[in-house]
Design a protein around this ligand. Structure first.
Ligand SMILES: Cc1ncc(C[n+]2csc(CCOP(=O)(O)OP(=O)(O)O)c2C)c(N)n1
Length: 390
């Protein structure tokens, strides 16, 4: 070792700790492997939202018990938004069985509070990048249910002209940039969108949704690094549902605390209960303000998917009892009960939201059924840009 290396090591407490055999942890750090909460997470028990150490404390904010303004209309809107997504996706599962929808279909059922809570914090000019589980993101952003359903059918009237299908919903007017089939593929796109906004002095935020599986990809690390380095206005929303297809988080990651990973790129890293729409909405509101002012932020939403990974999945990798445990925390039933108890919702209002969602879904199906197929002559269109080169 050169004298320069030795001097660097002496200055950096983490390197000193490595040299002393403490695995890179400094005295101030807690060892997640000895922490009972983290031990629970490794067993995939529903974990209470919690901030933890690993970087300067002020960087963490745990808003699992946050509360919105209490305004009746605003709270009810969150509930109605979730019901709408649930009903839409239940219908999609049915249509898939009838082969009206083909290819892959990844349902968002169980995770509705994340999309609805985060979208409530955004302005029309802000941009969104979703994953292949993005029907919920698209609906929460206000893309017409008919356009989303027609895309599922592969019809020309679909949001992406029927060429994308369920994994590639796209709507520039809503600044909704996919729908991405590639795990972590959306992160660099979000960084690019935010870089463009920053270079052109536009006060916009880009929100990027991704699953915890994306954290194993190089694109996650490259994107967080560049976003932090260039102070880009990106809100990275990691929907941690504990499984990447059949792979549990603890089977693929030595560090299961995702905030620690994000904080290592010098991003503020927050964690929120993704089954609690009120907490998500309030945390996202604060996060978006912070991103507009200071640059990128990582938000982990701890959530769970109630259905299989996709329509082809025997779910042998998780016990049924675990799914049942999480279903007790259903974001819709739980929030409806809470609003009722607080006098912010009555039975007639709830029935009204359910009926409105059913009617909207029925008319979306009708729209898709009546849609048209793209003519074969158009097959090679949209492969190359049709504009003249400048
Ligand atoms: C780069 C890449 N590798 C592998 C796949 C296959 N694949 C599809 S979904 C998936 C799991 C992703 O899990 P996660 O990111 O946690 O999202 P979730 O399905 O839980 O919402 C994998 C590995 C892919 N689509 N892209």
């Amino acid at each position: 070792m050169s004298r320069g290396d030795a001097r660097t090591r002496a200055r950096d407490p983490r390197l000193r700790a490595l040299a002393s055999g403490r695995g890179g942890r400094t005295e101030g750090d807690r060892d997640p492997r000895r922490d009972p909460e983290d031990a629970k997470r490794k067993d995939h028990a529903p974990a209470a939202p919690r901030a933890r150490a690993g970087a300067p404390r002020r960087r963490y904010f745990d808003a699992g018990i946050g509360r919105l303004s209490g305004e009746r209309a605003r709270e009810q809107q969150l509930l109605a938004g979730m019901i709408r997504i649930r009903r839409f996706e239940e219908k999609c599962a049915e249509l898939y069985g009838q082969q009206k929808i083909r290819g892959f279909l990844h349902l968002y059922i169980g995770q509705e509070a994340v999309a609805v809570g985060v979208m409530a914090a955004l302005e029309p000019d802000d941009a969104i990048v979703g994953t292949y589980r993005e029907h919920g993101h698209a609906l929460a952003r206000g893309i017409a249910a008919g356009a989303v359903m027609a895309e599922m059918y592969g019809k020309r009237e679909g949001a992406s002209g029927g060429r994308g299908g369920s994994m590639h919903i796209f709507d520039t007017a809503k600044r909704f940039y996919g729908g991405n089939a590639i795990v972590a593929g959306g992160l660099p796109l979000a960084v690019g969108l935010a870089l463009a906004d920053k270079l052109q002095n536009r006060p916009r935020v880009t929100v990027c949704f991704f699953g915890e599986g994306a954290i194993a990809e190089g694109e996650f690390h490259e994107s967080l690094n560049l976003a932090a380095l260039w102070k880009l206005p990106v809100l990275f929303v990691c929907e941690n549902n504990l499984y990447a297809m059949g792979t549990a988080l603890a089977r693929s990651e030595s560090e299961t605390n995702l905030c620690v990973k994000a904080a290592s790129y010098e991003l503020p890293a927050w964690s929120v209960d993704g089954m609690d729409v009120r907490a998500v909405a309030e945390t996202a509101r604060r996060a978006v303000v912070a991103v507009r002012e200071d640059g990128p932020l990582f938000l982990e939403a701890r959530t769970y998917r109630f259905r299989a990974h996709s329509m082809f999945d025997a779910q042998l990798y998780r016990p049924k009892s675990e799914v049942e445990e999480w279903k007790k925390r259903d974001p819709i039933a739980g929030f409806a009960a809470r609003l009722r108890a607080e006098g912010l919702l009555d039975d007639a209002e709830l029935a009204g939201f359910e009926a409105a969602a059913d009617a909207e879904v029925a008319s979306a199906v009708e729209f898709a059924e009546n849609g048209s197929w793209e003519p074969v002559e158009d097959l090679a269109r949209h492969v190359y840009c049709e504009r003249e080169a400048p």
